[in-house]
Design a protein around this ligand. Structure first.
Ligand code: 0L1
Ligand code: MG
Length: 264
C-alpha cells in the first residue's frame, strides 16, 4: 500500500497528533477527516512524529509492537498488529509513583521485552533466529495512552498515533533467551491487590519472539530494520487494564520477579 498524502499533510497531522500527546488531551481519530488514509500514510505520520522528537533532543530507547494478541485485536476491533517507538521520557522506574497528570486515560498491559545483540533485518525471520539475536529477555509493563477519544480508533489512526505509546516500566530481573520457554511463561496482573488479568507468553503471536520477527518484517516495508542493541516490547500478553489515579499495579512474572508502580 502506498503513501497517498502529500508531505505537508503528513507534517500537519504529525503535529496535530503529537501535540495531543504533549498537551495530554484527546482528539478524534484522524481517519474521521481522512477516511482514505492508508497504512503507509499512517506509518509516514508516525515516523514524522519520531523525527520531531529526535530533533527536539529526545532519545530513542526502544521499539514496541502493539496489538499482537488476538485478545487485544478483538478488544480494539482491529485486524493486524502495529508498531511504535519508545522515547527516553516514556520510561518509568520499577516501584515508581507515577505522575497521573502526564497521561490522558492510561491503560496497562503485561509484556515480555527482548534486547537484541545482532541486527534483525528483512522478512521471514524465524523465532530461533530472533532468540539467536537476543542478549536478554526482561519483564516489562506498558502504559498505553491513546490520544483518541475513548480509545476509539482504527488500525490506521492508531499507527499514526505511535501505537498509543506513552510509558513503560522494566523489571529488575533479566534472563537469557534460552532460560525459559517464553510461550508458557505465566504472568499475573494485580490491581490494588486483586488479580485482574493473567496469561502466558503464547498469547503474543504464539511466541513473543515471533513479534520481534514481525517487527523486522514491518520495518522492511520502509527499508528499516532492528539494529543490534534494541529494546523491543513485544505486545500485551494480557488485555489492557484501565487505571485511575491512586491505583497500584503489580505484575508477577513466572521466574522473573515482579514489576510494580502506582499512579499518584
Ligand atoms: O501496545 C499495544 O498493544 C497498544 C497498541 C495500540 C492499541 C491500543 O491503544 O490499545
Ligand atoms: Mg503494548
Amino acid at each position: 500500500m502506498s503513501i497517498t498524502l502529500d508531505q505537508a499533510t503528513i507534517a500537519s497531522l504529525a503535529e496535530h497528533v503529537e501535540n495531543a500527546e504533549l498537551e495530554c488531551r484527546e482528539i478524534l481519530k484522524i481517519t474521521d477527516d481522512y477516511p482514505n488514509m492508508t497504512f503507509a500514510d499512517a506509518t509516514a505520520i508516525q515516523w514524522e512524529i519520531r523525527r520531531r522528537k529526535l530533533e527536539r533532543g529526545n532519545k530513542l530507547v526502544g521499539l514496541k509492537m502493539g496489538l499482537t494478541s488476538w485478545a487485544k485485536m478483538s478488544q480494539m476491533g482491529v485486524e493486524k498488529p502495529c508498531y511504535g517507538f519508545l522515547m527516553d521520557y516514556f520510561s518509568e522506574a520499577d516501584g515508581a509513583a507515577i505522575d497521573w497528570d502526564q497521561y490522558i486515560h492510561p491503560k496497562v498491559e503485561a509484556e515480555i521485552a527482548f534486547v537484541t545483540n545482532k541486527d534483525l533485518r528483512g522478512r521471514s525471520i524465524t523465532v530461533e533466529e530472533v532468540l539467536d539475536a537476543t542478549e536478554l529477555v526482561v519483564p516489562a509493563v506498558e502504559i498505553i495512552d491513546s490520544r483518541y477519544k475513548d480509545f476509539k480508533f482504527d488500525l490506521t489512526s492508531v499507527m499514526a498515533d505511535n501505537s498509543s505509546s506513552r510509558g513503560f516500566v522494566v523489571g529488575s530481573h533479566a534472563a537469557g533467551p534460552g532460560d525459559f520457554d517464553w510461550s508458557t511463561l505465566g504472568v499475573v496482573m494485580e490491581k490494588n491487590g486483586k488479580i485482574v488479568e493473567l496469561g502466558a507468553g503464547a498469547a503474543v503471536l504464539d511466541h513473543p519472539a515471533a513479534s520481534v520477527a514481525m517487527l523486522a518484517d514491518m520495518l522492511a516495508d520502509v527499508d528499516e530494520y532492528i539494529p543490534a542493541g534494541t529494546f523491543v516490547m513485544t505486545g500485551g500478553i494480557t488485555a489492557a487494564v484501565l487505571v485511575e489515579k491512586g491505583d497500584c499495579i503489580n505484575v508477577r512474572y513466572q521466574g522473573l520477579g515482579n514489576v510494580g508502580f502506582s499512579f499518584v
